[in-house]
Design a protein around this ligand. Sequence first.
Ligand SMILES: Cc1cc2nc3c(=O)[nH]c(=O)nc-3n(C[C@H](O)[C@H](O)[C@H](O)COP(=O)(O)OP(=O)(O)OC[C@H]3O[C@@H](n4cnc5c(N)ncnc54)[C@H](O)[C@@H]3O)c2cc1C
Length: 602
Amino acid sequence: MPEYKAPLREIKFVTDEVLDMPAHYASLPAFADVATPDMVDAIVTEGAKFCENVIAPLNKVGDQEGCTRHEDGTVTTPTGFKAAYQQFVEAGWPSMTHNEKFGGQGLPESLGIVMSEMVGTANWSWGMYPGLSHGAMNTITRWGSEEQKETYLHNLVSGEWTGTMCLTEPACGSDLGILKTKAEPNADGSYAISGTKIFISAGEHDMSGNIIHIVLARLPGAPEGTKGISLFIVPKYVVNEDGSLQGERNDLICGSIEHKMGIHGNSTCVMNFDGAKGWLIGEENKGLNCMFTFMNTARIGTALQGVAAAEGSFQGALTYARDRLAMRSLTGAKFPEKAADPIIVHPDVRKMLLTQKAFAEGGRALVYLTSKQNDIVHHGETEEERKAADDMLGFLTPIAKAFLTEVGLESANHGVQVYGGHGFIAEWGMEQIVRDTRISTLYEGTTGIQALDLLGRKVLMTQGGALKNFTKLMHTFCKEEADNEELAPFVTKLTEMNKEWGDLTMKVGMTAMKDRNEVGSASVDYLMYSGYVTLAYIWAKMAKVAQTALSNGTSEEDFYKAKLTTARFYFARILPRTNFHAESMVAGADTLMDLAEEHFQF
Ligand SMILES: Cc1cc2nc3c(=O)[nH]c(=O)nc-3n(C[C@H](O)[C@H](O)[C@H](O)COP(=O)(O)OP(=O)(O)OC[C@H]3O[C@@H](n4cnc5c(N)ncnc54)[C@H](O)[C@@H]3O)c2cc1C
């Protein structure tokens, strides 16, 4: 099992040098005094220690032991999970980005993302418990009444309680419009919630004193489809207004836990609600809109799972590739004193390592950039700034979620491949990363659903407006660097891609006007294309930072040269994948739709 080492220098490169987060925090009055450079450094350094020393060692334990459900519906988490969570709570980590009024530290969401990356890479399954709570807190903060905030947030923010997100049912996941869970009004203003929710992450466990479920359900007579869904707070133990527990258990229980491919340390529960007491949050029938707060938090969090997979598998594969001996370098022995050369001398092994590295480092910058928009959406000074950031956030979220999880999974597979047969053996931890990461392209909206969101809602419905806002950034960068000879290969290619992205969007948009199936047939290629181009922009920016550092003189020459080399690798070896997606996305829906359903045979 590779030992996790938090990539602190890499993180600082992105936060300080590429995205200029110190200036960003200083410019937002909400953070100017709390997120000072010293404070940020101290938080990230302490967070790294916790992740490396406390939760990384539990990653394998979680995988091997899994969670156990008992007859009374309670669930025991793997050895060490509860104690680690206690330490996490005592150190104040759950409260980091939440409102001071409820005991939070009021730090930026984008700083919380840095901690989440380290937590997730160290132990994804463990990180899901506080991760889900974070979404529940954001939802209550955004949509809850003042009383609800007072009742629930103090204990959630302190970490004493945790939260969940209950959307999925046996007959619906992507299409929440057909969900059946019912909410019947009680005389006291609460609602009786009845129905079955499945696949509920952290639905039941032994790590916290109460679990606050955020549940989608239908009121009597509600309109059909997504317009008839409301959102409810349904606690495991009913809570008094002052936040103390009434003691009685609510009428909900974990019916079973799923036996699954990976993330064994996280309890994925079937939750049976049998007239459980719940309280409406937000307006009647506007539940899906409110739930988007949760889902958007969770989607950026899930994008991190792709980064975590790339980073974790890269750390393992790099260590192994330096150590494992096999055959000689094609250009002659590099280590003649050894029985064979280490496999890192072989071009194909290097290609896999560089692919992981390019996705881990580029992906990190993409998630942090996305999260930076989130800070502005909530704390920007002007309406105009907040609106622009919100549009950018909406555009980047499906790309970050779907593209980074797809390439994260690819990176995890490279991890296994670099280890050869040993990659398939549990002891080394590489196969666990593949199993744990496989879920990331499925939950929080599958890649197919994210692709429809990007192309349908974010691009075509805005007449390309959201895309133009982003390509404007690329255009400005290319213009600024037009005379920079060293960056010319990046700038020339990026300029080309900028135009092609617009042309392809236009083409898909035109055909979609004649046949709506063209949207669905182009969407995943469109999303992957967009992901590769977005990452190219990010790599070009990182190359620019590296080039500037090198020309100004630096004591870290190797670090910056590695950045330039990885950027060159990305443009030469990964970016050409856009050619395939560009051709495929305009190949026409008929190639997918012509085969009559009955002629799909086996
Ligand atoms: C381990 C795990 C943890 C989870 N945690 C949670 C949780 O905490 N809370 C929660 O509520 N849910 C959770 N889920 C559920 C998860 O979000 C859903 O499984 C996911 O959204 C997909 O829904 P589904 O399984 O019903 O698939 P379906 O919706 O049945 O989709 C099946 C396939 O059809 C495709 N598809 C569907 N509609 C379209 C369309 N219009 N166009 C193109 N393709 C389409 C999908 O992309 C997919 O490939 C979890 C699931 C798992 C396995």
